[in-house]
Design a protein around this ligand. Structure first.
Ligand SMILES: [Zn+2]
Length: 217
């Protein structure tokens, strides 16, 4: 399995594409904002002769869903997210107006997913952690065989997700990081929704906001 990173839109959001040995592809948090960014993704899929399977979102803030509708319509694939994120999609049109970004809407998920779901993906298995706080239905993807987490906006290199937006809950974010993310092995890579990758161990050691035991939010 390979992880491909694209950084899209005005929020510099990390969109990931997982590709397995059968040339199948899963889109994580696709954030293409305009035709130019859509073409980058289309070219990647066609150049590598990939078969898109589905879209899986860690959460549904506007910067993470800008490319969902395009992919659903282009490839006729389903969109998966946690049920508690529907409120974010319902609010997304007004949020896009607030930020003044072009937006043609996002469909509601075809299927709601949570911690009890997992996905076989070629030789690998994608498991989910329910990690609310930055948003109410936030999920992190854990792929033990690759020793990696695709964590969305929960934990960043040296920082944590915002908790000042509607639907955020600081205490939940702390519990999600200390109770779930930090329980993963130290050598696991963390691929966040913004900024560069890090590791669990490095954040436990160096993250100013949430170390293993202390919290400053
Ligand atoms: Zn977010």
């Amino acid at each position: 399995m390979k992880l491909h990173l694209f950084t899209f839109n005005a929020f510099q959001e990390n969109s990931y594409v997982l590709v397995n040995e059968n040339k199948e592809a899963i889109f994580i948090d696709p954030g293409m904002m305009d035709q130019e960014e859509e073409n980058v993704m289309l070219n990647f899929i066609s150049k590598n002769d990939l078969t898109p399977l589905f879209i899986l979102n860690t959460h549904c803030h506007i910067d993470h869903i800008l490319g969902v509708k395009f992919l659903v319509e282009t490839f006729q694939i389903p969109f998966y997210a946690h049920q508690h994120e529907t409120v974010m999609i319902e609010r997304s049109a007004s949020v896009s107006l607030m930020y003044g970004i072009p937006y043609s809407g996002c469909p509601l998920p075809d299927r709601f997913i949570d911690e009890s779901d997992s996905f076989e993906f070629g030789k690998d298995k994608i498991e989910l952690l329910y990690v609310p706080g930055h948003s109410p239905g936030h999920l992190a993807l854990v792929i033990h065989s690759q020793r990696m987490v695709i964590g969305g906006d929960v934990l960043f290199k040296g920082s944590v997700g915002r908790v000042d937006l509607p639907g955020c809950n600081a205490q939940d974010l702390i519990s999600s990081i200390q109770g779930k993310i930090y329980k993963l092995p130290n050598d696991y890579s963390v691929f966040p929704g913004h900024g560069e990758a890090t590791t669990i161990g490095s954040e436990k050691e160096n993250n100013y906001f949430v170390s293993e035991k202390t919290v400053r939010l």
